[in-house]
Design a protein around this ligand. Sequence first.
Ligand code: NOJ
Length: 515
Amino acid sequence: MNEHWWRSAVIYQIYVRSFADSDGDGVGDLPGIRSRLPHVKELGVDGIWLTPFYPSPGADHGYDVSDYVDVDPQFGTLDDFDALVADAHRLGLRVIVDIVPNHTSNEHQWFRNAVSDPQHPDRARYIFRPGRDGEPPNVWTSAFGGPAWTLDDASGEYYLHLFTPEQPDLDWHNGRVREDFEEILRFWLDRGVDGFRIDVGQALYKAPDLHDVHQPEPRPAFADWHTGINQAEVHGLYRSWRRLADSYPDERMYVGEVVLENQVELAKYVRPDELQLTFNFTFLYEDWNAKALRARIERTLEAFGAVGATASWVLENHDVTRLPTRYGGGEEGRRRARAATLLLLGLPGAAFLYQGQELGLEEVELPDELRQDPVFFRTNGARKGRDGCRVPIPWSGGPPGFGFTAGSPWLPIPADWTALSAEAQEGSPQSSLALHRAALELRRRIDALRTGSFAWRESPSGTLLFERASGNETIVCVVNLNAEHLQLPDGELLLASEPAPGNLLPPSSAAWTRV
Ligand code: NOJ
């Protein structure tokens, strides 16, 4: 079937500072990524998503952008970016870049102007308000802990930041902000990017009255509770962004980081004239539980189907604990993660893989003194933060550099990752890398898996069984979460995450069978 490439694409997320370092400073960079593109190609994905590489003081590791149309010197140059895109395209890989429109860095020239002179027109790009009885203007809290407002001493007014104080929120009700971002999108579209991942996609517009919204304790992973964000205006903005993308050749696309649990609300972002994709984070916070996962899948397919959109599936990214660790860690955690790979890639729609997921990397327990994530500091250590999933990739060899760097990696790579390096897994048919490659190869080759219809089949409790069908081909995906050994359907066993002697699939494993 000839369909929009993004509908069933598998996109590989590259966390730029942790992927590959070409100059020995211990921090990943664009030339490093170029040198490792063959790994990505061989893995068999359709494209890459690059996390922010723009000039940034690094308060939130690049999600605090001080210039949207350049490359931070620690990551390379615009020429390096162009060369990376050219190489990727030559290999048949699409390139998605991250756009951060909710907030800038406090060192962006706009914000510098805004605080240096309250009369400066750039002040209106941000949300400055007088305090209330000596307190911030409302009770909103930052996603990273503490109040969402910081006092601008010079003017006596507060400014809003949903994240760190170094990430002041833009005021999207200001038409100039809208115009500027259109320019920024054009800049990258003209340079040949295939699309954008939109950071904090649901929060750009704030309710104009900035009404009090009390944060539930503990703060939920999803933003549905926050009635001051997820405003209707954002849909008009995304319609205009879609028109912009559609004015370019070769189907440029958007994937929204829309952190909403309500799938009906989420699906609004992917109505036919809005974004093509939105992440669906429901698997990130779900246990290894057949009933719960099935309910999530059903809700997603129903809500996305209702608006004619393709679903998407995510198990890992740079903001959450690595999957094998979430699933209990150790050998059992790793088995479950391998099984989940066949679930992820067996479901209909687009899928996202996070660098290192293909190697089965676990979360790294770092000593507090090495932590860098502002989440750790702003919560006084109550939340450990996200450094543990951002440890650089072990490519080959051993400590300290593991082929990631000739120097010392910005976060230490655990010594016992020697056996997990890409080089060590290469050639081992039992490895996580081999499983990912095999699954992606089948998904590319078999239409039923990639674009076929979806239907549940009956299965015992503790298992998931569904089929994907196209033409006269049917593939059955079986996931045995925690039932007894499960009889696989008759047919040709294409791939299993664990050996299935006698066609009996053990617990914590999954398989694809052609029936
Ligand atoms: C979501 C990004 O994934 C995360 O890493 C970042 O800290 C926040 N948005 C703020 O930009």
